[in-house]
Design a protein around this ligand. Structure first.
Ligand code: PEP
Ligand code: MG
Length: 807
């Protein structure tokens, strides 16, 4: 049976249309998939999601795709390019009106004919309505028809620059009409109003007369819509002005994310032009699919930043990203890229040359403000180029304090502590992977400062304390002295701790608590050994899988895990199976768009969906385990069945390795899901240890997403609700399995006595915190800690818990 895919800007709209059509269909249930909206509430379309929907709907007889307006059509075309040749041949993009067409398609498909017939029936779906309203045309207001024209005078300062031009283009695309525009004052040529790059280069300045002409079914409505928008000043007045940062005052209440003092000049992240490799041409279809995938990746990232900006700074600030998003689907730009590819140019070169052509068009304009838009085009162009080439983005050219909207894990991973003396982020939270990586590299950081920090001019001196979140711009001498004193005090505490970091840490009453390190690379492992870590309590193996085009083979994995083990001098290493999904997508295993990725296919769920990937990883773990003590750790476990499956697959890996079970092999799970914490007793027979991932456990327990700056204060691992879950794990394990904590909470010196008091006997922390955490263990008296922990469980909030801590 032919499958159907509904592509719409709105998920609610698509669902309602499908429900309506399903009511009408009487025959066999038809496979219908939707690819609509970027999430439950954000409107937009996504080519990757459409590809996934087409694959799901295709049962072998092909698929008819119905779309709503504008970019839905473009995204569907991009999606088509991303399919394998044989799958693509089975897809028909159908121009029928969405609701009528869908009803006709469902009814027809249920009867079993081929996709061509289904599409034809859908196309004919308007016939009934047209016949019924046959006399309507005479009653329509004057001017309705297939052609229309008008003009308006631009009244906004700076003219039709990126943001208002983006609004005009969006408006023009919303109608079933071909709309063209030109600058009547300069006598420019006509350009399609649906192309941002063409509209913005018309040089329509304040006082200029813009002329419109339109043809098609909704020509008049399109022109009226644009005139109304122009009359409203392109909604520009609603845009709040960006506040000037007052000199010599704090930027505002930031959230501490990585301890340490930093003083230095502000440096904004700039995007470097990635170097174009000398690569062979892989054929037009493959090269075009690369472009489509890179555009989809950048589109998702821009949507993410747009949503964060809208949430934290308002729609007015967020609207600038609309211009960037429109650029990604600009027909003029994409046509140019396509032509270059068709004439044998590889994707990166075709993209770079086409964007440079558009940027040069902007650069050639008279108005300096318009000329400045060339930088926007180059910026978006470079983002796509980086996605095409798989290289990171935010780069600082000169030493100083990096200021950026947010840092992706890939960007944070390449921060150079020799150059980046500190990090200030407008968004983000302390438990986002970007912040964790900054902490791992010992780079002080404050996050969640809001968009005003992005407006601080480069070169301005800034002083901040990553332990308290205090940020001071252009500090005076007294402030500098205060910060230097704090830095000196911290340094001497670190020196004292470092002097005995390599000895094991025991509480005052002699209970040994192992302090390990969390490791995300071979360099981290070396840092961990240098910091005196007793073990690697968490090896985030995903660093080996991200930012590349294919998963590493077992041999490569084995070699890297061995390097980590060697760097740690043969100490135990806890190898976590791949923890991707959520904020760590894998480029080469694209997954369906999820409304809530953190509640979706991540951690062990992802691995069990890709069993060969997991089997290969377990084989590499086992091979290493013959030579060094290895613990295998499974992330994001929520059920006993998941653990049973992984244990079975581990047995198979042992059989594959062919040398029997390695002596030091242990198996454990991460407790990150509240349900797993509460089921500890039933999970205990299957594991040797539990390692509590407080980063995720906290976000799930408090329903506060870990990357959301607005919730950073709420998502505190010392919340009594989280502590009760940790208590449940310790009591559920009942001494039959070790309980560790490897989330960021373990690196918080104030948390150490509380965790020990609850029964935690192993901590795993960022490498550079090992010495200080060992000192915190040595200062702990277990009896007193147990009393405080019991009080903490009954405390009203995290602040009250912190007040109880002796540290
Ligand atoms: C955690 O969730 O606490 C954890 C250690 O895992 P990650 O931060 O890698 O998700
Ligand atoms: Mg986690």
């Amino acid at each position: 049976m032919v499958g159907l895919v509904v592509v719409s800007h709105s998920r609610a709209l698509a669902r309602a249309a499908v429900a309506l059509a399903a009511e009408m269909a009487q025959g066999q249930p038809v496979p219908i998939e939707i690819a609509a909206g970027l999430d439950e509430t954000t409107t937009g379309t996504d080519a990757v999601a459409i590809t996934t929907a087409v694959q799901a709907a295709d049962q072998g007889d092909g698929v008819v795709v119905l779309m709503d307006l504008g970019s839905a059509v473009l995204s569907a075309e991009l999606a088509l390019e991303m399919l394998e040749d044989d799958a693509r041949e089975r897809v028909v993009l159908c121009a029928a009106p969405l609701v009528e067409g869908l009803v006709a398609a469902v009814v027809t498909a249920a009867g079993g004919p081929g996709r061509k017939e289904v599409a034809e029936e859908a196309m004919g779906a308007l016939a009934g309505k047209l016949a019924h309203l046959g006399g309507q045309e005479a009653r329509q207001p004057e001017g309705t028809g297939t052609e229309s024209d008008a003009d308006f005078v631009v009244t906004i300062p700076h003219g039709l620059h990126a943001r208002p031009a983006a609004r005009l283009v969006t408006r023009a695309r919303g109608f079933d009409a071909r709309v063209e525009i030109r600058n009547g004052t300069t006598g420019s040529g006509w350009v399609p109003a649906s192309s941002l790059s063409r509209v913005a280069t018309l040089g329509l300045l304040e006082g200029h007369r813009a002329e419109l002409r339109a043809s098609g079914l909704q020509a008049r409505a399109a022109v009226d819509g644009i005139l109304a928008l122009a009359a409203r000043g392109f909604d520009e007045e609603a845009t709040p002005a960006v506040p000037e940062p007052p000199a010599r005052t704090p930027v505002g209440g930031g959230v501490p994310a990585s301890p340490g003092i930093a003083v230095g000049p502000v440096r904004h992240a700039t995007s470097v032009e990635p170097e174009l490799p000398d690569e062979p041409f892989r054929g037009p279809e493959q090269e075009w699919s690369r472009i489509a995938e890179a555009i989809a990746t950048v589109g998702r990232e821009l949507q993410r930043v747009r949503a964060a900006t809208a949430r934290e700074a308002g729609e007015g600030h967020a609207a600038i990203f609309d211009a960037h998003l429109l650029m990604l689907e600009d027909a003029d730009l994409l046509d140019d890229v396509r032509t270059r590819i068709d004439s044998g140019t590889p994707a990166p070169r075709a993209w770079a040359d086409a964007t440079e052509r558009v940027a040069a068009d902007f650069g050639a304009l008279q108005d300096p403000y318009q000329q400045g838009r060339a930088a926007d085009v180059r910026d978006v162009g470079a983002q796509v180029l980086r996605a095409l080439l798989g290289v990171g983005g935010a780069v600082m050219r000169e030493a100083g304090v990096l200021v950026a909207p947010d840092l992706s894990p890939a960007e944070a991973a390449v921060l150079d502590p020799g150059r980046v003396t500190g990090v200030l982020l407008a968004y983000g939270s302390p438990t986002s992977h970007g912040a964790i990586l900054a902490r791992t590299r010992g780079i002080p950081a404050v996050v969640g400062l809001g968009p005003a920090v992005l407006e601080v001019p480069g070169g301005t001196t800034v002083a901040f304390d990553g332990g308290t979140g205090e940020v001071v711009l252009s500090p005076g001498e007294s402030v500098l002295v205060r910060f230097r004193d704090r830095a000196a005090e911290l340094a001497s505490r670190r020196d004292r701790a470092a002097a005995r970091a390599s000895s094991p840490a025991a509480t005052r009453d002699g209970e040994q608590i192992a302090v390990g390190a969390n490791v995300g690379s071979v360099a981290d492992a070396l840092a961990a050994a240098g910091s005196g870590a007793d073990l690697a309590g968490l090896v985030r193996t995903e660093f080996l899988f991200l930012d590349r085009d294919a998963a590493p083979e077992p041999d490569e994995q084995e070699a890297v895990y061995r390097q980590i083990a060697e760097s740690l001098g043969g100490r135990r290493i806890t190898l976590r199976t791949l923890d991707v999904g959520g904020d760590k997508p894998l480029r080469y295993l694209p997954s369906a768009a999820e409304a809530n990725p953190f509640l979706g296919i991540r951690g062990i769920r992802h691995s069990l969906d890709h069993p060969q990937l997991l089997a290969d990883q377990l084989l590499a773990f086992v091979r290493v385990a013959y030579d060094v003590p290895v613990s295998v750790m499974v992330p994001m476990v929520s059920t006993v069945a998941e653990v049973v499956t992984v244990r079975r697959m581990l047995d198979e890996a042992v059989a594959r390795a062919g040398r029997g079970t390695p002596a030091g092999l242990r198996v454990g799970i991460m407790t990150e899901v509240p349900a797993a914490a509460l089921k500890t007793a039933v999970l205990t027979p299957y594991v040797d240890f539990f390692s509590i991932g407080t980063n995720d456990l906290t976000q799930y327990a408090l329903a506060a997403e870990r990357g959301n700056a607005a919730l950073a204060a709420l998502a505190d691992g010392l919340d009594p609700g989280v502590l009760r879950l940790i208590d449940a794990v310790c009591r559920g394990a009942g001494g039959r399995a070790t309980v560790a904590v490897c989330g960021e909470l373990a690196s918080d010196e104030a948390a150490v006595p509380l965790l020990a008091g609850l029964g935690v006997r192993q901590l795993s922390v960022v490498p550079r915190m090992v010495p200080l955490v060992k000192e915190a263990v040595r200062a702990t008296d277990l009896d007193a800690a147990a009393r405080i922990a019991a009080q903490a469980l009954g405390a009203p909030d995290a602040a009250a818990v912190r007040a109880l801590s002796p540290r």
